[in-house]
Write a protein of this length. Sequence first.
Length: 499
Amino acid sequence: MKTVNHWIGGKTVEGGSGNWGPVTDPATGAVTTQVALASAEEVDSAVAAAKAAYATWGTSSLAQRTGILFRYRALLDARRDDIAALITAEHGKVHSDALGEVARGLEIVELACGITTQLKGELSTQVSNRVDVSSIRQPLGVVAGITPFNFPAMVPMWMFPLAVACGNTFVLKPSEKDPSAANLLAELAAEAGLPDGVLNVLHGDKVAVDALLAHPDVAAVSFVGSTPIARYIHTTASANGKRVQALGGAKNHMLVLPDADLDAAADAAVSAAYGSAGERCMAISAVVAVGAIGDELVAKIRERAEKIKIGPGNDPASEMGPLITKAHRDKVAGYVTGAAAQGAEVVLDGTGHTVEGFEEGHWIGLSLLDKVSTDSDAYRDEIFGPVLVVLRTETYEEGVDLINASPFGNGTAIFTRDGGAARRFQLEIEAGMVGVNVPIPVPVGYHSFGGWKDSLFGDHHIYGNDGVHFYTRGKVVTTRWPDPSEAPAGVDLGFPRNH
């Protein structure tokens, strides 16, 4: 059986806690790997390696950092198929989805390659007689990232490349459900020339997380995951004096107006709801149909959903893979089986789906629930699976009020041909990311990613300008120099003397 150990101080370090976690191939249900689960002492070791590396990395030149990152970007590009294969083997998503994940992570590596312009300071001269004021940004020190199972390569790459480009050192705690991609990312960084200890990968569960949140040498924590855990991370780390960005869950809505291109809206709903088996925080999980278009829209979504090919992620014919664990599959199925009792019309029920030859895999088909009420479990909770709910409203205003009443405010979209309606929507909707005829409005790397309300805990979004500000702190320097003509007696600088 394959074993995944820690990466500390530029080398593989065998797990010493005696605790191991199982890693399952979601397509077969078989345990293929064991991953080391760190003790508090092993957390101390990883943080100590990062702290030692910071002594020199924190004062390294921007040219040195960006040179390494350019080489790293080239290595990642050359090995993107290998990274994607690891993601498919442990997460289950189809290879094309996995490749897309790597590509989105590479965007932030590219942003980090251009960090020189992001770290430029400001200067005001002659604010008073011979007094200048400058503002600079400096790294924090050792920072940590705690990342989710659904994007085992992309989300880490949303964090550590920018953090190390800013001069910090990094301890990554990836999900123990699919850990291998993180180790490969670290190995490639070392191959690119990243000094030992600048990037460390520490595998573990709540023991490791709590030790990082309490560690006095960790200056900041980045997190992506569910809302309850994001709230816990923010509360605990903040209480320990750390800077925190904790991105939580979502219930992303797509508002479809009567003038929308319904074929385009249906295509978007299917890809956004069921892509990556719905295991993404930017999935569209609720469609709000306005006016009389509901029946036609639901019929078009069903027609497309029924054609999706479900199978192992490494099969080129597969368009959707399994869910990551059996327990998660059963949890997702529970929302569908209980939907009718809570008033929903079950248009598609995917709970009984199996794949021939892979009967023990964590399979579930696509589910579509219509006429769902806002007090039903399938609407209120983040399901994180291939379940799309449809709600009906009579007017645009009712649709906006419904969306804004949600405790989540991650992403949302509107489908319409009317520019005025779209403009109102982007101003009136209470969410951090908005799409206009774009179902998954994930910003490009040089804009920041993050939601509002219970989808974000902390002041900073991830990557982009917010990411740079999160991983640095500002310092203002005020200087006053005497004029060289006022040099002390006996010192001749070649300037005419005023005395």
